[in-house]
Structures are given as structure tokens and as C-alpha cells.
Design a protein around this ligand. Sequence first.
Ligand SMILES: C[S@@+](CC[C@H](N)C(=O)[O-])C[C@H]1O[C@@H](n2cnc3c(N)ncnc32)[C@H](O)[C@@H]1O
Length: 231
Amino acid sequence: MSEMLERTQAMLAKHHRHGENFAQLMKDTFAGRFNEEFWVAWGKWIEPVLSVSPMVLDLGSGPGLFLRALAERYPGARAIGVECAPYMLEAMGTLPPGCEVIPADLHDPHLPLADNSVDAAIASVVLHELNQPVRVLREVRRCLKQGGRFYVLDWVRAPLDLYVRNETSEQKVFDPATPLDELEDIFTHFIEHNRFSRDDLVYLLECSGFAVLDNTPLREGQFARLVAEKK
Ligand SMILES: C[S@@+](CC[C@H](N)C(=O)[O-])C[C@H]1O[C@@H](n2cnc3c(N)ncnc32)[C@H](O)[C@@H]1O
């Protein structure tokens, strides 16, 4: 295993706190993330560029439920996940026909996919987990067809009080009895979930050769949806 992959897996194991539980959490919360509002936006921004048997790339595919949803929705599609956390690969189980996963590190991916071959790509709650997203943005652009689209959903910078209210509680944060390691964990996650602003994501996408078509704040501004097109 490369040194980079080892570092990435260790960093993710810490960020996800407990791998198997986090994989289960991603399954349990899937329907909330990929809800009616998601599919309406997907229908508006992504569906128009999908070919009859589309190739769709799902970066950081977690336990693979979106890959399965794609295969069900688009018979004949090739739904390709990229993932490197062992507990996520394990939680995927046997994927149905039409789905596959490339075990690779998104910090510097060299995917076995031809230039200009992919109809659309998605990164759902993934970019904030990367030390840097520059290489993966370049790789997505390489793989996408001209006019292919990239759907990004992620945490973006938001005030601490909102984060505390939604992710933990003021009582816990400000109670002198809260153990130090719990406090550190809360504040470390706050920083990790506040990596980029929406403007930062636009900047990263534009500098990587995309035109941003949609840029929408979600969940009180804690999240954002961006849709970008390969120029
Ligand atoms: C918060 S989960 C989201 C999973 C899925 N996209 C969803 O929305 O249900 C982020 C996923 O990205 C994966 N990931 C993060 N950094 C990665 C990297 N450098 N290489 C490959 N996968 C990565 C994690 O292992 C995890 O499965």
C-alpha cells in the first residue's frame, strides 16, 4: 500500500470516528440526502446531459447506495464508484450488474477511464474530507465528455453557533464537565466541516476548467449544491 493511501485511510478513520458505524450512518441517512429535492435538481441539471446508456462517476461512494440507485434508474448505465476506506468497500457488499467500484485515493486519482468518456460525476459530502481537491477536480474534468456535468454537494463554511445547534448542543460545549477529548473532537470536526466557502468551491471549479451553472445554499447555509459543466 502506498504511503499516501495509508495516510488517507488513517485520516478518514479518525474523521469518521468509527468506520463500521459511519458506513451504517451513511446508509441510514441516504434517503435524507438523496431525497425528492435532490432528484428534482438531478433531473434539472444532470439528466439533460445523460446519454442513453450513461457512464456516471460517484466519487467517495461510501457504502454504494447511490451506485445502486443509478443502476435502478438507468438500466444499461455504468455506475462507477471511487472509494478507499476499507469499511466502506466492505459495506458495499456485492454490487449489482451495472455498478462497479475503483479502489483509489481521491487525493491523486488516475482512474482507468478514457478521456471524454463520462457523462456526469457526483461528489456527495466528499470534497471537505480531502487534504486538497485539486487533483481530483482535474481528473473529473479529464474523464467527463465535453459538456459533461459535475454535481457537488458538501458542507460549506457556516457560523459556529449554527454548527453547535445542529450537530451537538450548547449545553455540551459549554458544560465544564464535558471531557477534553470530546471538546477537541467537536472543534476538530467543526474545522473539518468548515473547510471551503461556497465561493471557494466556485473558485476551485472555475480554475479547474468548469463553468458553474448552479450554486445553491442548503440547510441554513451549512451545505451547498454546485453544478458545474466541463468547458
Ligand atoms: C461522508 S461520506 C459520503 C458517502 C456518499 N457519497 C454519500 O453521500 O452517501 C464521504 C466518503 O468519501 C470517501 N472519501 C473521502 N476521502 C477519500 C479519498 N481521499 N479517496 C477515496 N474516498 C474518499 C470516504 O471514505 C467516504 O466514504
